[in-house]
Design a protein around this ligand. Structure first.
Ligand SMILES: [Zn+2]
Length: 304
């Protein structure tokens, strides 16, 4: 027997945010960036391809598709937020978010007229609310031309909320490490957003083309990104999936930088696509050790 998953959607009247014509123009472009980001989605499980784009106050746009590795999936908004923070943006400087989803093979013209294709899932809405409740959620209006703009906090009435303390991340005394990939991973670690565990993690990958992409741990009530998955997704969203080397650093103090756990599925994915890849990890004594990805155990216990 088939069970329909169709749900009644109640549309509440929400006040839109008043925007200048320039902002509306900028936000309409942001929707296009989300539509474009969808082409980079990696969704072999759900076949539901999502594109998300986040606009920062300085005008920079961070975009991502959804990224499904094993049964676990990073949503596009979660990755776009992580890319922005890894690039040094602060949560309060993330200004607006746009999303577009359509099934594999699409989009059809009708996809652009369904507002449900433009709204974040509840999981991402919770995350965005905790990162910056004043961020704007941008929807394409039903005419397909204009935008509707809402405040993220207003999109989540009666929101779940717990007081947490965001401790300053430890300075990275070795971020001037002569190994540029280690240096980038340490800088990324210092940009982690980890109010739940206060255990920052940063990762950096170098592709065979010589480009470096970073990832960080971002924690909210509804999701936690894994830095190494974010770094890998960051490379893949730029069309690069051949990894030469990956660095993962956790903890806080020098010598305590061994990540408590390394994502098994991120390592598997790198190992499958780039069997010659190497992984550099802290050795627990203030140094680093580089080994073949095939020799890295799926889980590592912290030395501290
Ligand atoms: Zn989502």
């Amino acid at each position: 027997m088939q069970i329909s998953t169709q749900l009644p959607v109640h549309r509440h009247q929400l006040s839109q945010v008043q925007c200048s014509p320039e902002e509306r123009h900028q936000y309409r472009d942001l929707v296009d960036r989300a539509v474009e980001a969808r082409t980079h989605a990696f969704a072999p499980n759900s076949h539901s391809m999502v594109g998300s784009a986040i606009l920062a106050k300085d005008g920079k746009v961070y975009s991502s598709g959804n990224f499904e590795l094993t049964p676990y999936a990073d949503h596009g908004e979660q990755l776009a937020v992580a890319f922005a923070l890894a690039d040094g943006q602060s949560p309060k400087d993330l200004k607006a978010c746009a999303v577009f989803v359509a099934k594999e093979g699409g989009p059809t013209p009708e996809d652009f007229h369904k507002q449900g294709n433009m709204t974040s899932c509840g999981n991402c809405r919770q995350a965005i609310f905790e990162i910056n409740p004043d961020m704007h959620e941008v929807l394409l209006a039903s005419d397909g031309m204009n935008v509707e703009v809402y405040r993220a906090g207003d999109m989540l009435p009666h929101a779940y909320h717990r007081e947490r303390t965001l401790l300053p991340n430890p300075a990275s005394p070795t971020s001037d490490n002569p190994d540029p990939l280690i240096a980038q991973a340490l800088i990324a670690r210092s940009r982690s957003f980890v109010p739940r565990t206060n255990e920052p993690v940063g990762a950096a990958v170098e592709t065979v083309d010589g480009h470096i992409y970073t990832g960080i741990r971002v924690e909210t009530s509804s999701f936690s990104t894994q830095a190494e998955r974010v770094a890998m997704a960051n490379a893949m969203m730029h069309g690069e999936n051949q990894i030469k080397r990956m660095v993962i650093v956790g903890g806080g103090s020098p010598g305590g930088e061994v990540p408590r756990r390394v994502s098994w599925d991120a390592l598997q994915a790198v190992a499958q696509q780039s069997p010659e890849a190497q992984v550099t990890l802290p050795d627990g004594q203030g140094g680093f050790v580089t080994q073949s990805i095939k020799d890295v155990p799926g889980y590592l216990l912290a030395h501290s």
